[in-house]
Design a binder for this molecule. Structure first.
Ligand code: SF4
Length: 368
């Protein structure tokens, strides 16, 4: 069967491995582009949030490329994500596409349903459960290595001497990880990826600003929607720390009931779930403030209620803990030039704040 799935940062590399090794053919959705977005906007309800539109556009592109099954995740809690899979399915079927949709809900909420759906994937190719577990473990390892490599790239980029060298090394590293099939090959690919990044020419005398990135998971993970913010800031000489990676999120929301530290940190300001990543955005800002970060950027899809609620609370967190917070609302109208100007103004403010504290070595764009 030809199987597709959402495009989310670099995770398609691991999902492709999983699907292909379960005896199906992975139809990797093209990286989201203007076409993806315009397809999504054309067929989605007007006030749907941008993740909904991008996913819809991605599914259309994958179905055009021959996908017969779409695997997606559901959601729980007071946010629209829980019904998005069903809505996507209805819209796509109305458009005339013939496919099967498999929506995985978190196993912590319904283990039997989760197992049944895995059975639906492995039955047609007669893959045994032990083989499934083996393939799943290798794919999981791939996902971990992808996340580790990306984290390292964000740590190195603000020190690079030749603009773009880190991004080039990172892309090369992704190719190596993509090619690795066995656990042994993956270990070697992970080591080679690390060496490629550490070999980037760096000026370690810089003292870059440190900014934490928070917000809704899909816009935080998918660079097309967030205007490639980590690369943009990194090349401006800013070290970014992303609050969430797919491996952390999967561990905390499917296997363990995690994120307790974040929820505890949010408690003085917000002590109940508001859906999406609203509570995380508040808790993570508190944690960034207590870890000495210079500022926080909230990435919020336009019309996303959890992030709108979080934003109103963040004004107080920012005042109380003296940490500047910039919110970027993202939708199909968001332009790169406008966002770039706001990022530059924000980093100027943070630099000024550091200098006011007597840190005259604080560095901004390329160490200046
Ligand atoms: S969290 Fe926000 S952006 Fe994500 S699905 Fe819910 S409403 Fe949409």
């Amino acid at each position: 069967m030809r199987v597709t799935f959402p495009h989310m940062g670099t995770s398609h590399i691991a999902f492709k491995h999983l699907i292909n090794n379960l005896g199906h053919e992975a139809i990797v959705p093209p990286a989201p582009s203007k076409r993806t977005l315009s397809l999504g906007v054309r067929h989605a309800p007007e006030f749907a949030c941008i993740p909904f539109k991008i996913l819809l556009g991605s599914y259309i592109e994958a179905l055009e490329n021959g996908a017969e099954m779409i695997i997606s995740s559901g959601g729980v809690g007071p946010c629209r994500a829980g019904i998005y899979g069903l809505l996507h399915e209805e819209i796509l079927k109305d458009l005339g596409y013939d496919f099967e949709m498999l929506i995985f809900e978190p196993p912590l909420r319904g283990l039997l349903d989760f197992i049944k759906k895995i059975g639906r994937v492995i039955r047609p190719t007669r893959v045994s459960w032990p083989t499934f577990i083996k393939v799943f473990k290798t794919s999981w390892q791939k996902l971990i290595i992808l996340d580790e490599t990306e984290i390292l790239s964000h740590q190195i980029r603000p020190y690079e001497v030749i603009r773009g060298e880190t991004t080039r090394a990172f892309k090369e590293a992704l190719t190596l990880i993509d090619k690795a099939e066995t656990r042994q090959e993956l270990d070697s690919a992970g080591q080679a990826a690390e060496m490629l990044l550490r070999d980037v020419t760096q000026d370690r005398s810089r003292k870059p600003l440190r900014i934490g990135l928070i917000g809704e998971i899909y816009v935080v993970l998918e660079p097309f929607i967030n205007l490639d913010i980590e690369k943009t800031l990194g090349e401006m000489g800013v070290e970014t720390h992303r609050s969430i990676y797919l491996t952390d999120w999967t561990r905390d929301n499917t296997v363990f009931d995690g994120e307790k530290d974040i929820k505890n940190a949010a408690k003085p300001y917000l002590n109940q779930l508001i859906g999406g990543h609203g509570i995380n955005s508040v808790g993570e800002t508190v944690l960034y403030a207590s870890n000495g970060f210079d500022g926080v950027i909230q990435l919020a899809p336009f019309t996303c209620i959890p992030e709108i609620v979080a934003k109103s609370i963040l004004n107080r967190v920012s005042r109380d803990l003296n940490i500047p917070v910039l919110t970027l609302f993202l939708d199909e109208q968001t332009g790169t030039a406008g966002a770039q100007t706001r990022l530059e103004a924000f980093t100027d403010l943070l630099l000024q704040k550091r200098r006011n504290k007597g840190d005259l070595d604080a560095t901004g764009i390329f160490g200046n």
